[in-house]
Design a protein around this ligand. Structure first.
Ligand code: IPM
Ligand code: MG
Length: 368
């Protein structure tokens, strides 16, 4: 196979800073592990709007369709708040997800032992936690029509539509069952079948896919609100959670906080296999652009670095190298090095974004 290609879209806020650290890691794998990538870089979000008047140019979209994987930093910021909805930075990200048809969003929530005390929950509730949220990413209320702000009588009405086809539900359910087979073989599906027809259909279809294709996988169903409560009460009861676009957005932020910091969580958004057998793929941290700390060297690059580890695992079949990178991160955390988001009130001195990246590089060197 030819050298795999990566398109890097740093985006806005802390995106460029954390991506600088990821590039160091990518270079390390090229130099030390013979894993070379053809890397190109482009604009997304507010940065693209500033340059081209659109949060994702057609040329960048076309490039994203061609490469083996896209790595994205973060989009958005307060200076773009007043832009028209159609050109807001977030629209760039949503266009990538939709046009690449990245229907399965994998959001692992893993609690590193060294960080178990940073969670707002008690140590024994979160220590050793390892769950995977599979969020549907290309449909549901994020994309359903009709949508808009319309006028009815003498007032305006905000309108969005929750909509799922059977095939959209079935394909993301399959992704969840496949993942569960490689983990603890347990899936919990979350919706609101008590109040939403789309939830009733969701539950039915997920159950049917399981009964017909994955009878070996244990499946349970939960209302999404109860799911949020159970995630805080006893998250270790879960292995894989599969849920829709909006509930997945909310529940993955809840799950993220269980691990101590949003600055730790990576994600993979996967679509159908391309001609070369690799899935269409975009990797990005779960955190946002954090404009309040942008440009100050305070950001935690780990979520973005772990997103590259997911790329090694899911796009490039390099599970052992992904393990190596994850272990390097764990070793650095165990040594006590922390960025500001991982400092407790009483203190110590945080390391900068660049120092964290360098520490992970040193741990990678030590792994050889
Ligand atoms: C996420 C984010 C996005 C979403 C925003 C930035 C559009 O919150 O990836 O979780 O709502 O999906
Ligand atoms: Mg979100």
């Amino acid at each position: 196979m030819s050298t795999p290609s990566l398109l890097i879209l740093p985006g806005d806020g802390i995106g460029p800073e954390v991506m600088t650290e990821v590039r160091k890691i990518i270079d390390w794998f090229g130099a030390r592990r013979g894993l070379a990538f053809e890397v190109s870089e482009d604009l997304v979000g507010g940065a693209a709007y500033d340059a081209h008047g659109t949060p994702l140019s057609d040329a960048t979209m076309a490039k994203a369709q061609e490469v083996d994987a896209v790595l994205l930093g973060a989009v958005g910021g307060p200076i773009y708040d007043d832009l028209d909805f159609s050109v807001k930075p977030e629209r760039g990200l949503l266009r990538l997800r939709k046009e690449m048809d990245l229907f399965a969003n994998l959001r692992p929530a893993q609690c590193f032992d060294a960080l178990a005390d940073f969670s707002s929950l008690k140590r024994d509730v979160v220590a050793g936690l390892d769950i995977m949220i599979v969020r549907e990413l290309t449909s549901g209320i994020y994309f359903g029509e009709p949508r808009g702000i319309i006028t009815e009588g003498n007032e305006r009405v905000g309108l969005n539509t929750q909509r799922y086809t059977e095939s959209e539900i079935a394909r993301v359910a399959r992704s969840a069952f496949e993942l569960a087979r490689k983990r603890s073989n347990k899936v919990c599906s979350m919706e609101k079948a008590n109040v939403m027809e789309s939830g009733i259909l969701w539950r039915e279809v997920v159950q049917k896919v399981r009964d017909e294709e994955y009878p070996d996988v244990e499946l349970s169903h939960m209302y999404a609100d109860a799911g949020g409560m159970q995630l805080c009460r006893w998250p270790k009861q879960f292995d894989v959670i599969v849920t829709d676009n909006l509930f997945g957005d909310l529940l993955s932020d809840v799950a993220a906080m269980l691990t101590g910091s949003l600055g730790m969580l990576p994600s993979a958004s996967l679509g159908a296999p391309m001609a070369n057998g690799r899935p269409k793929a975009l990797y990005e941290p779960v955190h946002g652009s954090a404009p309040d700390i942008a440009g100050q060297g305070k950001a935690n690059p780990i979520a973005c670095i772990l997103s590259f580890a997911m790329a090694l695992r899911y796009s490039f079949d390099q599970g052992a190298e992904a393990d190596r990178l994850e272990k390097a991160v764990e070793a650095v955390l165990s040594s006590g090095k922390r960025t500001a988001d991982l400092m407790q009130a009483e203190g110590g001195t945080p390391v900068s974004t660049g120092e964290m990246g360098d520490a992970i590089l040193a741990a990678l060197d030590a792994s050889l």
